[in-house]
Design a binder for this molecule. Structure first.
Ligand code: ADP
Ligand code: MG
Length: 709
């Protein structure tokens, strides 16, 4: 053992790969092509596969039609050109148990790659061909003459002239030459022990050269934890910093106004509403500004929770603001909130008669002239209690007397700039912010994507809803039934939406297809019904007119593109037909489906696919569940986390081994550990190695990005 401190990630970062044996200029360039410049880059380049020599299928065990991995030796290679001028490389391989033919089409270079005597790992599907077994275009990994029970296989590239065994060799050399000083482990040992995590040094050895698959798994868990812990530390440090550096309002909770509001509601709150209101009120009562996300499915009753929060601020003589992503939604909110508040009055000790009416005003770009002047004056003199509008509410020259709480009904993100704008608005005190979203994302994903927010979840729908029945019209035969169903529903006095195929490539094509569907339904399947058409290329006035006709019941069927996704609320519409449903994602289907099931009558959602389909996991998930959170989990499983983390995050802070999908448990543990560490040691003064790793691995932009999400 040397008396120098153990090697840190920064030490490795400072060593150029050129220092390793056999890495000259040429190999340095090859490594650079893989973004490997220093020893840290090298040792964190993980195998993409581990081949278990003792346990892989042998040729004799291959089953025709099933995918499998075999470890074989190349026996012979021939290349020829077929009559239609395609190249075909035939390779015969064998292991102790038998022989197998491979065929590669249009990969002439395989002739050079696969030399006789070479050991390779093959992954593919074997089929019977002329009495023997054959694999066509399998995935080939050259594994060289490496020994050991488990062979790690690294990303490799013919073009970059880099082989998996070369990488393995350099990594081994780097680890070996580090063993004298030892490898620093920044995770506190209590945390490590409690979570049964192995030490970093052994974990690195094991990920690159495990003795068993189990050992590799333990190593992966430990190293994945490191990645998640760093992300969480960065988020939690930022969150705590913001809380410390900004002074919030200490709202008085449970006042008369809020009590009156709850008493006047025509229904009791759901248990989930009671719980989230309590979570929010705890934040409101604390001097730290609230920054909380309220997740809840469409129809979960977020509005009541939001208004209840704002009224706490109003009660104390401050103002509330509700911001929507569009003007139309702001208008709808204003109408909805006014109705919800009824003739609620504010207890006012300064008024001889004790009470004054609660004042709610809308401010959008459509509010102009004297009306606008009056609203702006009311906002700045404090006579308006609740202002409703778009994000412009907190920007262009709108002065609040005392803005105490803000609710953001968001589709997109409410980021750092907006928060900064709020701070500027409020001369010292930062208002409490509640962000609402109707797009549920899984809890562990929320911890990363919204990691500097607290999260409340409305996971219960108010009682008395008739659940939406979802059916799959799989193929043309069943489509007839769909249109019969629509006619039947219209016959009962109900209305229906027909959503036309999503065409990502072109709005023009999408509109054309909607027009075509409209004409077809009008003259054929739904002849005789009153049908309207809504798409993104109509003028706002035409859109408005069509929506008004549908809302007032003068149209039976609304044929539309996905423009109806947000904000349309027609309780009498009980049927949703989504054409080419397989072109939509789970979240979008769920949002669209949420347009029905808003009234007293039972609703149906038909998912139509054109060709008969043996199975479609997304459509099947929608049929099986109406629970947005459950669907979000399925979505994450089907699509992977790439869809959650923006591409901008694919820098150093990227998760290499950890997966938000596979490592749900680990995300929670990492977040808990991060809070524990930061709350005991906010600047990480007692954890210098950890602090240094964050400084090394997260650039300022990375941190901003993580926090902004
Ligand atoms: P969200 O914004 O979450 O989609 P809303 O706040 O618009 O949901 O509420 C949907 C509907 O449910 C509204 O008509 C509302 O009046 C009703 N609602 C809300 N809370 C309850 C409750 N506790 N019991 C019964 N109905 C409720
Ligand atoms: Mg709503």
């Amino acid at each position: 053992m040397s008396d120098r401190p153990p090697i840190s990630l920064r030490d490795w970062h400072a060593i150029d790969v050129g220092q390793l044996k056999g890495v000259g200029d040429k190999k340095r360039a090859s490594l650079a092509a893989f973004d490997i410049f220093n020893v840290l880059d090298l040792v964190t380049t993980n195998p993409r596969r581990w081949v278990d020599r003792t346990n892989e299928a042998r040729i004799a065990d291959l089953v025709p039609g099933e995918e499998a991995l075999v470890l074989v030796t190349v026996r012979s290679v021939t290349k020829r050109t077929t009559r239609n001028r395609r190249t075909m490389v035939n390779v015969n391989v064998g292991d102790g148990s038998g022989r197998l033919d491979l065929v590669f089409f249009n990969q002439p270079w395989r002739e050079r790659q696969l030399k006789e005597g070479l050991q390779v790992a093959l992954f593919g599907k074997a089929d019977t061909y002329r009495g023997g077994l054959q694999m066509a275009n399998p995935i080939v990994d050259l594994i060289g003459d490496r020994t050991g029970k488990i062979v790690p296989i690294y990303p490799q590239s013919e073009k970059a002239q880099l082989n998996t065994w070369e990488l393995a060799g350099w990594i081994e050399e780097a680890l070996r030459r580090s063993s004298d000083r030892g490898i620093a482990d920044p995770v506190p040992s209590e945390v490590r022990q409690r979570l049964s995590l192995i030490e970093r040094g052994p974990a690195l050895w094991s990920i690159h050269g495990p003795e068993s698959i189990r050992e590799k798994e333990q190593a992966r868990r430990r190293l994945a934890f490191d990645e998640l812990l760093r992300v969480q530390l960065s988020l939690v440090i930022r969150k705590r910093e913001l809380e410390r550096s900004s002074l919030g309002f200490v709202h008085e909770i449970g006042g008369e106004l809020v009590r009156r509001f709850h008493d006047a509601l025509p229904y009791p709150l759901t248990a989930a509403q009671v719980r989230t209101i309590a979570e929010i009120e705890a934040d409101l009562a604390s001097p730290n500004p609230m920054h909380r996300l309220l997740q809840g499915d469409v129809g979960a009753g977020k509005t009541v929770v939001a208004i209840s929060s704002l009224l706490n601020a109003v009660q104390g003589g401050h103002q509330g603001a509700l911001m929507a992503p569009t003007e139309v939604l702001a208008e709808q909110h204003a109408a909805g909130v006014r109705e919800l508040l009824g003739d609620l009055s504010v207890p006012d000790p300064g008024n001889l008669f004790g009470d004054r009416p609660l004042r709610v005003e809308l401010l959008t770009n459509r509010v102009t002239g004297t009306e606008r002047k009056e609203v702006l004056a009311g906002i700045s003199d404090g006579s308006i209690d609740i202002a409703i509008g778009t994000h412009a509410l907190i920007q262009e020259g709108v002065e609040f007397a005392s803005l105490g709480a803000v609710v953001v009904d968001e589709q997109h993100r409410f980021g750092v700039e907006q928060r900064a704008a709020l701070r500027d608005k409020s001369s010292g005190h930062v208002p409490d912010v509640l962000v609402m979203t109707a797009t549920p994302i899984p809890r562990t994903a929320a911890m990363t994507v919204y990691g500097d927010l607290d999260v409340s979840v409305l996971d219960e729908l108010p009682p008395g809803r008739t659940p939406i029945v979802t059916k799959w019209a799989n193929g043309p035969l069943l489509e007839t039934e769909v249109w019969n169903d629509v006619r039947h529903e219209v016959g009962e006095g109900r209305q229906a939406y027909v959503v036309c195929p999503l065409i990502d490539e072109s709005e023009k094509l999408e509109v054309a297809s909607a027009e075509e569907t409209y004409q077809r339904l009008l003259h054929d399947e739904l002849e005789g019904l009153r049908i309207g058409l809504l798409h993104g290329r109509l003028t706002p006035a035409d859109k408005q007119m069509t929506m008004d006709l549908f809302r007032s019941g003068r149209l039976d069927v609304l044929v539309a593109t996905t423009v109806i996704e947000v904000g349309v609320d027609v309780p009498n519409a009980t049927m949703m037909v989504i054409l080419d449903a397989d072109r939509f994602g789970i979240a979008q289907l769920h949002q669209l489906r949420g347009r029905v099931g808003r009234g007293e009558h039972a609703s149906t959602c038909w998912l139509v696919t054109q060709e008969h389909d043996a199975g479609n996991p997304r459509v099947e998930a929608l049929v099986a569940s109406t629970d947005g959170f459950e669907l979000a989990e399925v979505d994450l499983d089907l699509r992977g986390e790439g869809t959650l983390m923006s591409t901008a995050q694919k820098g150093r802070s990227d998760l290499k081994l950890a997966s938000l999908r596979r490592d749900r448990e680990l995300v929670v543990l990492a977040r808990e550990a991060a809070f524990e560490i930061v709350d005991a040691d906010p600047e990480l003064a007692d954890h210098p190695v950890l602090r240094d790793e964050l400084d090394l691995l997260f650039t300022e932009e990375d941190e901003d990005f993580l926090a902004k999400s």
